[in-house]
Design a protein around this ligand. Structure first.
Ligand SMILES: [Zn+2]
Length: 305
């Protein structure tokens, strides 16, 4: 639309006279990754402006902050991270940005769990036992995250605390319903048949919560191309352990995946979202939708569908 000079100045005048826009009242929350950003939005709605450092479909372990990220942080009212070593890059970024405000660790209160850092991605020492950072993947832990976020928003923005409490309770109820649904879904599969192979190491808390067994694909690392010997090993493992479903990442080519399926009868599942959400039009744009998507794929594969 073309505006004449006259109407432009009228519009500007109105803008100047208007009370400070919504944005000025919004609590500026910077989160480390998309799952936290979603929870802050669910609980804070238009009382918060929630941004994320690591974007959709990205790896929260490995992140190269830009000067823009430091600028964004410097202007924040509140910073929320997941913790337990997930955001190894965060301390340096906080330092560089000069941010002096509160830093809330959303996983506070989640029971401890350890994992083996197979490739040394987090510790720099392959094979080292480290705290498992992937706490959000079980819904009971997701509720702990949400509870911590409700408290953090209320403290940082007391004027809107009543809103955060109310919206937060509603969100917690959604997560309770989600948790019940996940349990009902897995209850359709005998416990000793809830065995999947996945190259994701992010599902430990999830497996503990829902009585699943996740086995790492024998001989396959995410770094290298699979050799014929690796594939033979994997096929043997699937047969020996009577594994019904295999979820592999894109490091394996589709022909190979099909060969494994044909030779073992195991169902090859789709793409699981475990460390980041998808874009808005993808299958996992929110935490709740992410869990639903993953469980739907797993249960279908376990039923051989
Ligand atoms: Zn991870």
């Amino acid at each position: 639309m073309r505006l004449s000079f006259g109407s432009t100045s009228v519009a500007l005048g109105l803008l100047l006279l208007a009370p400070p826009a919504m944005a000025a009242d919004q609590l500026k929350v910077v989160t480390s990754f998309t799952i936290l950003q979603d929870m802050v939005k669910e609980i804070g709605s238009n009382h918060v402006e929630a941004s994320t450092l690591v974007g959709t479909d990205s790896d929260p372990h490995a992140f190269e902050p830009t000067p823009n990220d430091a600028k964004n942080l410097a202007a924040a009212d509140l910073v929320i991270v997941s913790g337990r070593g997930l955001e190894g890059w965060m301390d340096r970024l906080i330092m560089a940005s000069g941010y002096k405000g509160p830093i809330v660790i959303a996983s506070t209160g989640v029971p401890e769990r350890t994992m083996v850092d197979e490739e040394g991605e987090d510790s720099g020492e392959p094979g080292k036992v480290i705290p498992d950072p992937h706490a959000w993947n079980s819904v009971p832990n997701g509720k702990i995250y949400a509870t911590n976020i409700i408290a953090a928003l209320s403290k940082a923005d007391p004027a809107d605390a009543a809103y955060y409490q109310k919206a937060g309770e509603k969100y917690l109820q959604q997560l309770t319903d989600l948790d019940n649904w996940v349990r009902q879904e897995f209850a359709t599969i005998p416990k000793d048949e809830r065995k999947l192979i996945t190259s994701h190491d992010a599902l430990g808390y999830f497996a503990d919560a829902y009585g699943l067994q996740f086995l790492a694909p024998a001989g396959l690392s995410t770094e290298s191309e699979a050799s014929a010997q690796d594939v033979a090993k994997l096929i043997q493992q699937i047969k020996a352990e009577k594994i019904k479903a295999v979820f592999v990442e894109n490091s394996m080519n589709q022909l190979l995946v099909k060969q494994i399926a044909d030779e073992t009868g195991a169902k090859i599942g789709g793409t699981l979202y475990v460390e980041s959400l998808s874009k808005g039009d993808g299958p996992a744009p929110t935490y709740v939708k992410m869990v639903r998507h993953n469980v739907t794929l797993m249960v279908a594969a376990l039923h051989g569908q």
